[in-house]
Design a protein around this ligand. Structure first.
Ligand SMILES: Nc1ncnc2c1ncn2[C@@H]1O[C@H](COP(=O)(O)OP(=O)(O)OP(=O)(O)O)[C@@H](O)[C@H]1O
Ligand SMILES: [Mg+2]
Length: 387
């Protein structure tokens, strides 16, 4: 078990800033997921923690010990690779026991420990097999077993489920979460799959272009995204993001754009250009002819597409004039939504489900009491709980 502290960590490869000034605190027992698009620096960051890549700047501490320049085997962390990296000519038993044999532990201890770990991972019956005689999921568990056998302070995993089919992925996700709970160790887990991140993480660290965008619980990053990037990365479809203007009108703060009219709350405001964000599941289709309920925002547009997701449906609208200048907006809800392509419809939203972001910086905005303009959340909000 271990607390890992990352301070101002950076890695430059030639002209590429793969990891750019990342500071991050991984609490003891955390299941921290490093999430972000391809090339954002997840693997580089994980490999620096493992000691497989030397940082260009910054420090890594485990508990209070600086491990930045320690060789990997002295770090007491175990890495599980995407490709499993099993020895094809060795049995499951010898693959799992490999790190202990390399450390020249006594034979009896190795045998006991391998049986313990095989039991935990339900590999008991497979100890005599070679990797090629195993399924993908079983191989993945052997790789995990090889990490577990050393009883490391922390587990580092780089997309360990990406070689599994969809069904096995879901099952292994549940197994890994249960294993984490049982062991109580610190996990740092890399993925670009937001479902894996949302379901497994105790905390998610979102990276973009080598920079840390936000750290928080799955609920925090989903409900209070710190930036347009985070808002647009999470969710399926992700948050709708539209350019809009905040202004005062008849004693109300209102948000307007082509086809958009949302009364936020009583008060005044200087006219400010913002980015408006609304999750597809927070929009509701107003039945034709029904009056718009009070204290709701309205978005009016033309239906351009309908996607059947099975239990739910996603409708796509061109909000605004209905021509090419319209913004694409998704609405998601139980099927059927009652939409037909070409319909002119109104969507309604509750003001508390409206997110505002700075048009310039893309950072989340919060409204301070008595302010005439929304302001960026305090910097502390970007790495902790949010607005
Ligand atoms: N050894 C290297 N030499 C040069 N550039 C590298 C090297 N390793 C990584 N990079 C670059 O650093 C950036 C971050 O790479 P990294 O592998 O950390 O991304 P990632 O988030 O793990 O992506 P993916 O989801 O595709 O695995 C990329 O632009 C990549 O091209
Ligand atoms: Mg990677």
């Amino acid at each position: 078990m271990a607390r890992i502290r990352i301070e101002g960590l950076g890695k430059v490869f030639g002209a590429t800033r793969a990891v750019d000034d990342v500071s991050l605190d991984v609490a003891d027992g955390d299941f921290l997921v490093l999430l972000g698009p391809s090339g954002c620096g997840k693997t580089t960051l994980l490999r620096m923690i493992a000691g497989l890549i030397q940082p260009s700047t910054g420090r890594i501490l485990v508990e209070d010990r600086d491990i930045t320049y320690l060789p990997p085997r002295e770090r007491d962390v175990a890495m599980v690779f995407q490709s499993y990296a099993l020895y094809p000519h060795l049995s499951v038993e010898r693959n799992i026991g490999f790190p202990l044999r390399a450390a020249r532990r006594p034979k009896a201890e190795i045998a006991t420990r391998v049986r313990e770990v095989a039991g935990q991972l339900e590999l008991d019956g497979l100890l005599g097999r070679r990797p090629r005689e195993l399924s993908g999921g079983q191989r993945q568990r052997v790789a995990l077993g090889r990490a577990l056998v050393r009883d490391p302070r922390a587990f580092l995993m780089d997309e360990p489920l990406s070689n599994l089919d969809a069904k096995l992925r879901t099952a292994t996700r549940t197994e890994l979460t249960a294993l984490h709970r049982r062991l109580g160790s610190t996990f740092v887990y890399v993925t670009h799959d937001q479902v894996e991140a949302m379901t497994m993480a105790t905390r998610i660290a979102l990276l973009d272009g080598g920079r840390l965008e936000q750290v928080g619980t799955p609920t925090e990053v989903y409900d209070q995204p710190a930036s347009v990037f985070v808002a647009g990365f999470l969710g399926a479809p992700p948050m709708n993001l539209l350019p809009a203007t905040v202004a005062g009108r008849d004693g109300q703060v209102v948000l307007t754009a082509g086809g958009v009219d949302i009364s936020l709350w009583p008060g005044g405001a200087d006219s400010t250009e913002v980015t408006l964000g609304i999750r597809p599941e927070h929009l509701r289709v107003l039945p034709a002819g029904a009056p718009a309920p009070a204290a709701r925002g309205r978005l009016t547009g033309t239906v351009t597409g309908i996607e059947n997701l099975g239990s739910e449906e996603v409708g796509w609208l061109g909000v605004g004039t209905g021509d090419a200048a319209s913004a694409a907006v998704a609405v998601r809800g139980p099927r059927p939504l009652g939409l037909a392509i070409g319909d002119r419809v109104t969507l309604i939203v509750a003001p508390e489900h409206v997110h505002l972001f700075s048009r310039d910086s893309g950072r989340r905005l919060t409204w301070q009491p008595d302010a005439k303009v929304p302001r960026p959340s305090r910097p502390v909000d970007l790495t902790t709980t949010g607005a």
